[in-house]
Design a protein around this ligand. Sequence first.
Ligand code: DGL
Length: 267
Amino acid sequence: MDNRPIGIFDSGVGGLTVAKQVIKVLGNENIVYFGDTARLPYGSKSKETVTRFSKQIVRFLLTKDVKSVIIACNTASANSLEELQKTFDIPIFGVVVPGASEAVKATKNKKVGIIGTVGTVRTNAYKKLICDYDSNIEVFSKACPLFVPLVEEDWTNNEITRLTAEKYLKELLDEGIDSLVLGCTHYPLLKQCIGDVVGENVKLVDPAKETALTVKKFLTENNMLNDSKEENHHIFYVSDYTEQFDVLCKKALKKVYKPHVINIESY
Ligand code: DGL
């Protein structure tokens, strides 16, 4: 048994949608969350920069004695997972591998859409993994860079967001996809709007739950679950704080957690 916390990080608040599933699936675990709110967005940055930022964050999380790390950001998972796994001596999980396996299970007509940041779509990480699972699946990817600022603005379901979604998703719908991967951890906050635009015949795939289940399986098999009977702790850190964090935290986790602010550049 291992009662140390699980580290979770994202460029900002998007990873809270993954934290939510981790809290649900791994209810007895302590969590240390870091959101790099001062340096968001990651989606428009180079692989080198995203990897450098991610390494700093893992170094910070290690100072909190985490037993494993979940990269709750598709951009960092797609660009930096392998490098982080090579660099650090603790189990590190991304969201892309679980998301790809969910997409393979979800599609019936073997036409899958992927939406994400420019930085995620550029790597073709989802496409490669899905085609490795089943080479008959056709994958259509679309970068949707305006979605993250719309979520950060808390415009999750208004006219502008709907029009933006219609414009981005039209070409994927024209290809006849029956499943759509929400390949950015901010996007589950737009689920209602995206779901309305794609209609009920397109299944939305959120990698968060499968990620939490993957981590649970690993911790169980390696005898690393928390067996403490004490109340668990969820602690939040950010690199910059504004009230907007509270608004989005409430939306994602149905509760406001006051974050501590740290200087991530010093790690
Ligand atoms: N939430 C991040 C992701 O899953 C992207 C947000 C950003 O661009 O920083 O890719």
